[in-house]
Design a protein around this ligand. Structure first.
Ligand SMILES: *[C@@H]1O[C@H](CO)[C@@H](O)[C@H](O)[C@H]1NC(C)=O
Length: 327
């Protein structure tokens, strides 16, 4: 193929999550609810963390930032997927596709680094409790938060750098509900072996490094906790269970999608839903609603801003009207 002389595709066709119309109606309703729950749940956490001075500690500030990332992670593709359940053809412009790839890697990369930072914070708190305030302070915490965004953006730019210049000249069908880089890269009219290898190394480096760091900090915490009192052990266990659940749900699908990039598994898109819909919805539940401090802060918030409790029925009404106007 002459690389200097081709006309680039203007848009990509997304095949969506499934093809059955009945299932698509069902998913439309389901994902509408999930998406609204993600946004409301995570915004509630952000609001709670910001408005309660007792929660202005590294752990909760990082939790607040994780919620912000979760909202973004749930927003780069899910609303378009929800919209696409009801419309044909499901297309996305070339620029929109590149934007989705860029955003996914910024948010997912950022979330990976932030999860590592949160695990490090817990490692210091549990394994070096006497030095916690000298090792972790708000200044360092800001550094970790900013660092996770910077690493996410750098990772994403490096992925996009070799993707955007590939010759996309013909086939434009992506068997997913979003522009999944592992699928899009295969559409280039050139030998994609090297780009696929680069993509695998780039995402692999990011994922494997974070995953190993998480594994190491959890292992050290588990070993340290063996010498603690049974109360301390129980507390550490519950923190660890929360972290490990989120990390498994988030990394599991990523590892599966990137570990076999050269063969086309149809389960990829189903697994993507886990990283972009179920992890963001589980974070508030797992990290927050089981946590006494956050619960009591939310209670204060509720009495202070009664408006929030009035907002829920309003949102429900809007949602129901919206659903019925579409079906
Ligand atoms: C996110 O992190 C920054 C920097 O540490 C902090 O100022 C901000 O309050 C955090 N946001 C939330 C919602 O917790």
């Amino acid at each position: 193929m002459d690389q200097g002389n081709y006309s680039r595709v203007a848009e990509f066709v997304l095949l969506g999550l499934c093809s059955s119309w009945k299932l698509q109606y069902f998913f439309f309703v389901l994902f509408n609810f999930l998406y609204i729950a993600i946004v409301l749940g995570n915004l509630l956490i952000v609001l709670t963390v910001i408005s309660e001075p007792a929660l202005h500690t590294p752990m909760y500030i990082m939790l607040g930032n994780l919620s912000v990332l979760d909202v973004f992670l749930a927003t780069y593709a899910t609303p378009k997927m929800i919209h696409d359940f009801l419309y044909e053809p499901k297309t996305i412009s070339f620029e929109g596709c590149m934007a989705q790839i860029f955003l996914l890697h910024v948010f997912a990369g950022g979330e990976m680094v932030l999860l590592v930072a949160m695990a490090y914070d817990r490692y210091v708190a549990i394994c070096k409790p006497l030095h916690y305030t000298t090792i972790m302070n708000l200044y360092k915490c800001t550094g970790l938060v900013v660092g996770s965004w910077v690493i996410g953006i750098m990772h994403s730019l490096s992925q996009l750098a070799f993707t955007i210049n590939l010759p996309f000249c013909g086939p434009n069908i992506v068997d997913s509900y979003y522009c999944d880089l592992t699928l899009v890269i295969k559409l280039a009219c050139t030998d994609t072996y090297v780009p696929e290898l680069l993509m695998l190394l780039d995402s692999g480096l990011m994922g494997v490094t974070s995953f190993l760091l998480l594994l190491i900090s959890y292992t050290v915490i588990l070993i340290t906790v063996q010498h603690h009192s049974s109360v301390g052990r129980a507390k550490a266990r519950s923190i660890l269970t929360a972290h490990v659940t989120v990390v498994t749900l988030f990394f599991g699908p990523c590892i599966f999608i990137y570990a076999w990039p050269f063969s086309n598994f149809p389960v990829d898109k189903v697994l993507s839903v886990f990283s972009t819909v179920f992890t963001p919805i589980l974070n508030p539940i797992i990290y927050t609603l089981r946590n006494k401090e956050v619960k009591s802060a939310m209670h204060k918030l509720k009495t202070r801003y009664v408006i929030i409790s009035n907002l829920v029925p309003v949102v429900k009404t809007i949602l129901i009207v919206f659903l019925f106007s579409h079906i």
